[in-house]
Design a protein around this ligand. Structure first.
Ligand code: COA
Length: 233
């Protein structure tokens, strides 16, 4: 059964519905992923998942949301609920055993190239996060390439912070984002801007306990803004 959970009320995107996905959506999901991969200008931005991943993923209750236009899947947003042994991202950012038991991992997310820049990522991500919070989860992590401006921007706007930069998915460089539903981001006391391409400086600043909390365009691309609350002299 498909539950219709959202139909937008603004004119621009009235035509889209957001519904939970299930096993019957495997073929359209694979097809959509193929289209998205073929359209990438930078192949390192998106890690193509194998069919086994989606088979397993679509069986998870409330794990996958789809965006539909006239019954066609034009986007998806996935969440998984890993066991202690599988919760790699939670371990990477130092969550303890109790926190790992309340932990959700997000990704992948895609929007079909013909339906981008209509706020669909923002809408589907907000809806899925609301559902996950209502389900009682407390910590959410996801990874994003340092070159993926739209996803970084949307994710920071939702209250996530960047906790680490690390090689993931067969050696692809990724930021690890974290959202604590009960302890949302507050403006830090100290901040510093670093270009997204300056990976060494970012690794250094993370080692000092800074976290990324904003993104600002610069002349060549964009900077990540890092914050810290208590710098010791
Ligand atoms: C990343 C992706 C999901 C964004 O989807 P979308 O529905 O177009 O995103 P939104 O319309 O909600 O836009 C989010 C923000 O990014 C901006 N944005 C979107 N596409 C952009 C682009 N190509 N360049 C610059 N900014 C962009 C939007 O203007 C918006 O900013 P705003 O809130 O200031 O208006 C889509 O581009 C995609 O599928 N990319 C390939 C797969 C991928 O990278 N997935 C993420 C990693 S798993």
């Amino acid at each position: 059964m498909i539950i219709i959970i959202d139909v937008a009320d603004n004119d621009h995107s009235k035509e889209y519905e957001i519904k939970f996905l299930n096993e019957t959506h495997l073929d359209p999901i694979l097809c959509l992923q193929d289209t998205v991969i073929r359209s990438l200008s930078d192949s390192a931005i998106y890690y193509g998942e194998p069919i086994e991943f989606f088979r397993k993923q679509l069986m998870i209750k409330d794990g996958s949301m789809g965006i539909f236009k006239k019954e066609q899947v034009v986007g998806f947003h996935m969440a998984s609920f890993p066991s202690f042994n599988e919760a790699q991202l939670g371990v990477d950012i130092g969550l303890n055993q109790e926190e790992l038991s309340q932990f959700v991992q997000l990704g992948p997310v895609v929007i079909h190239p013909d339906h981008r820049k209509k706020g669909l990522l923002t809408r589907v991500a907000n809806m899925h996060l609301k559902t996950l919070e209502e389900m009682g989860y407390k910590h959410v992590c996801l990874t994003i390439s340092p070159n993926n401006y739209p996803t970084i921007r949307t994710t920071l706007a939702q209250g996530f912070v960047i906790k680490q930069i690390k090689k993931k998915f067969n050696n692809l460089l990724r930021y690890i984002f974290h959202l604590d539903f009960r302890n949302r981001f507050k403006q830090p006391k100290y901040s510093v801007r670093i270009p997204n391409t300056d990976i060494e400086s970012q690794k250094f600043i993370f080692s000092l306990g800074f976290y990324g909390y904003n993104v600002l365009k610069n002349d060549n691309g964009f900077d990540i803004v890092f914050g810290h609350d208590a710098i010791k002299a």
